[in-house]
Design a protein around this ligand. Structure first.
Ligand code: PMP
Length: 458
């Protein structure tokens, strides 16, 4: 029996008639680049629930790819956005300062600044734009051109960002030539340790590999920056081993290149800290970056991104970078409201002192429950993560990644009313809105359990 909470409501087979009609039109006029793996057409949302035009209601463990931090139609966000719309929707931040973006920059910087280290903020509209800004700033500031990135990474789809992206070749195939002077090295994945290493030594192995590259093919004095997701998202929701980021920071200082953390997916409270790298700082690992990129969860679904950099690094000249919509005031209003809830300035009922606190709390509960499920289902090879940033990796009996089984599991969960999303080769990510209560988490976990039990015996 399911625990007491609202339950998904499936009134028709998916898609129902109204959804099917929209899907048919969608397939006629939208770009063929979209994937559409699930037959669901969201019509409206409330909290962690999404309803289609046929009245089917699903529980959301996906949050629009880790974006809808405060769930759907959060009254505090709606109010903030409405109030700003009544003032103005746009003026242009490149030419006129606006209090709403000034104070948003102050608020974001406050989460990373230290007494002896001031930070500044550049606003864009998407994750890729924040990454582009970071590359441009790193090259401009250092006067060097080479960028090191990691395999399995995702940094966006614009030219600079896809060049840095180290996952699927389909992102690059047929689009070249890409940016020159970019090199990828393995990500230290403790579950699949690269370079013949072990879960404990994978971080050191990756850094030794980088030092070898510096001695043989890339003079380190030509390296502008190393960009890395402190917890890797699209690549499989992977947490690097203890000590890795600290040693990477030391290497950056030794060779004079900048350290860029792409926090687009794991940042904004998802792991239980404002930025995922702060989980390592909290464990006394000194790994402060020089540049941070943010997007997705910043404004509960309105498009705004940010590139934060130390004041000593953000040295480019006025007018050297910008965008018409970047730092849009309506999106900035949504970002303020989101921060209110993340920080606990405004409380969300049932979510304790703050949404960051709730992410840590409910995420810890889900992780523990998934570890129990791992004992029941031998095809779950690994469960890992922090807060509401959790990956479940599906394996074949020989330990290899089993993407087909993952896809079957994902569809079985979907058919039972749970929106979920894959990542990596054989991983399902758990990335719900941060307002998820323990009761709704239990409902989702129960659906997962039933879905996994329904898979054909192997
Ligand atoms: N960086 C990371 C870590 C991401 O996960 C993503 C999106 N999945 C991006 C950058 C690109 O963001 P956007 O799609 O908003 O351009």
């Amino acid at each position: 029996t399911l625990p007491k909470s609202r339950q998904p409501e499936l009134k028709t087979a998916l898609p129902g008639p109204k959804s099917a009609e929209i899907m048919a039109r969608d397939s006629q006029h939208l770009s063929t680049s979209y994937m559409r793996p699930y037959p669901f057409v969201p019509d409206h949302g409330e909290g962690v629930w999404l309803t289609d035009p046929d009245g089917n209601t699903m529980l959301d463990f996906f949050a629009g790819i880790a974006v809808s931090t405060t769930g759907y139609a959060h009254p505090h966000v709606v109010e903030a956005v409405t109030a700003q719309m009544k003032k103005f929707a746009h003026v242009c931040l490149t030419d006129y300062p606006q209090e709403i973006t000034t104070s948003l920059a102050e608020r974001l910087a406050a989460h990373i600044e230290r007494p002896d280290e001031k930070w500044r903020v550049f606003f864009g509209n998407s994750g890729a734009e924040a990454v582009e800004a970071a590359i441009k700033l790193a090259r401009n500031h250092t006067g060097r051109s080479h960028i090191i990135s990691t395999l399995g990474s995702f940094h966006g789809r614009t030219y600079g960002a896809i060049t840095l992206t180290g996952s699927k070749t389909k992102y690059k195939a047929g689009f070249g030539p890409l940016l020159p002077n970019v090199t990828h090295i393995p990500y230290p994945n403790p579950f699949r340790p690269p370079l013949g290493s072990t879960p404990e030594t994978c971080g050191d192995a990756v850094l030794a590999h980088l030092e070898l590259l510096f001695k043989t093919v890339i003079p380190s004095n030509e390296v502008a920056a190393f960009i890395i997701e402190p917890m890797q998202g699209e690549g499989g929701y992977i947490v690097p081993p203890a000590g890795f980021l600290t040693k990477l920071r030391q290497l950056a200082d030794q060779h004079g290149f900048l350290l860029i953390y792409d926090e687009v997916q794991a940042g904004m409270g998802r792991t239980g800290k404002m930025f995922s790298f702060q989980q390592f700082i909290a464990r006394s690992e000194e790994c402060q970056p020089d540049i941070v990129t943010l997007a997705k969860g910043v404004a509960s679904g309105l498009p705004i991104s940010a590139m934060l950099a130390k004041e000593s690094v953000m040295t480019w000249a006025p007018g050297s970078h910008g965008s018409t919509f970047g730092g849009n005031p309506v999106a900035a209003a949504a970002a303020h409201a989101t921060l209110d809830l993340l920080e606990g300035v405004v409380k969300h009922p049932g979510c304790g002192e703050s949404l960051m606190h709730n992410a840590a709390e409910v995420g810890g509960f889900i992780l523990a429950e998934l570890k129990k499920m791992q004992r029941e289902f031998p095809f779950i090879g690994d469960v890992r993560g922090e807060g509401l940033f959790i990956g479940i990796e599906f394996v074949a009996p020989d330990g290899k990644a089993d993407g087909k089984l993952r896809d079957a599991a994902s569809m079985a969960m979907f058919e039972r009313g749970l929106l979920n999303l894959d990542c990596g080769e054989s991983v399902i990510r758990v990335s719900p809105p941060l307002i998820l209560t323990r009761e709704d988490a239990q409902t989702g976990l129960q659906i997962m359990r039933e879905a996994l039990r329904s898979l054909p015996a192997r």
